[in-house]
Design a protein around this ligand. Structure first.
Ligand code: FAD
Length: 317
């Protein structure tokens, strides 16, 4: 995950609003972006979700956008999610499933967390609005993890949300030194945790830097969650970690409704289908919207082959 020498450059570029505007204006990227983002409109993501449900997969939709710096933009994000939740009502969810097939994934920075002064309160109030609407619709809510400067504030918001909405999930990133401890405190009954490797550029003071160290940390965290009483969500495309999760599922005697796998839209589609065919729940994180730049750059940073594909699309226009 961290072996790509261009990773820090791509992640830094992914946080530059100016570069983002330029790349988005070029219009050249659509074909490449389409692989990871089914579209900019709500309609496109609802269609993608319907197709995923038809194939037996579950869905978590993310309305793209992050690092919001004005309250009006945060409010627009809330409205987009409320509209999405209404659109969810038309989707053919599997009857009698113990696990909700539909989820929304929120980024607190898109809900106002970075606003000066009372950002955390604004983000919490906005997240509460969405949790209430999601509960009423029988939809799960997940709060995504962003860079390490927000971890404490995000976990505090999640704890507050869980008082009224106990199924609210959060994400822990195995590359952070602190995460094994966070897994221990969040492995209790009913607690839903999405475990991923982590997608941001983080300093050595807080995060493991080598791929082998991150993988080892992921394996330790996975073990804590699987041996705990919560609902682990294994968010990785890494074959070795998927195997480790499968072994722990067997060893701990978890039933099919006691955990799930999660992967990103457009990545390892055949593996997603294989796991479903073997009886596991697989939820696909499916983003939509016009703010795809930061998300797209993190996907490029994860895999040099994606960058080659992207550069090729530039020269073959
Ligand atoms: P890697 O070692 O990166 O990849 C293993 C294999 O998977 C690769 O060899 C390749 O075959 C395939 N693969 C991985 N990435 C790609 C790609 N981009 N394109 C093509 N093939 C690829 N990160 C956060 O920081 N916060 C979050 O809230 C968050 N939510 C996530 C939710 C889900 C459902 C998933 C799956 C990931 C999420 N991530 C999040 C991203 C995560 O942290 C990793 O950056 C990403 O998943 C890549 O790590 P990996 O575990 O797949 O392992």
């Amino acid at each position: 995950v961290l072996a790509n020498p261009l990773r820090p450059v791509l992640l830094a570029a992914g946080r530059s609003p100016r570069l983002g505007r330029t790349v988005s204006r070029l219009g050249l990227t659509r074909r490449v972006v389409d692989r990871f983002v089914p579209g900019e409109s709500e309609r496109s993501v609802v269609e993608a979700a319907a197709a995923l449900l038809a194939s037996g997969r579950f869905v978590s939709v993310d309305h793209l956008g992050e690092d919001t710096t004005d309250a009006a933009q945060a409010e627009a994000t809330v409205q987009a999610y409320l509209s999405l939740l209404r659109a969810y009502a038309d989707l053919p969810v599997p009857a009698g499933s113990a696990v909700p097939a539909l989820e929304i994934s929120l980024k607190l920075s898109a809900l106002g967390q970075a606003l000066p002064g009372n950002g955390d309160e604004v983000a919490l109030a906005n997240a509460r609005t969405l949790c209430r609407a999601a509960d009423a619709a029988g939809v799960w809510v997940n709060v995504d993890a962003e860079d390490h400067t927000t971890t404490d504030a995000t976990l505090a918001v999640v704890r507050a949300l869980r008082e009224d909405h106990p199924t609210v999930a959060t994400v822990l990133q195995a590359y952070l030194h602190r995460t094994e401890d966070d897994c221990r405190s969040l492995a209790g009954t009913g607690s839903r945790v999405r475990l991923c490797k982590g997608a941001y550029a983080e300093p050595a003071s807080v995060a493991f830097q080598g791929a082998a160290e991150v993988d080892a940390s992921y394996a330790r965290c996975l073990e804590v969650l699987m041996r705990g009483a919560g609902y682990p969500m294994v968010a990785s495309h890494d074959p070795a970690l998927i195997d480790a999760a499968l072994a722990l599922v067997t060893e701990t005697g978890r039933g099919p409704d006691d955990y799930e796998f999660q992967m990103l839209y457009g990545i390892r589609d055949a593996e997603q289908r294989r796991l479903v065919a073997e009886g596991h729940h697989v939820r696909v994180y499916t983003p939509y919207g016009d703010q795809w730049y930061g998300y797209f750059m993190r996907r490029l940073a994860e895999r040099p082959a994606n960058l080659v594909f992207f550069l090729r699309s530039l020269v073959s226009r």
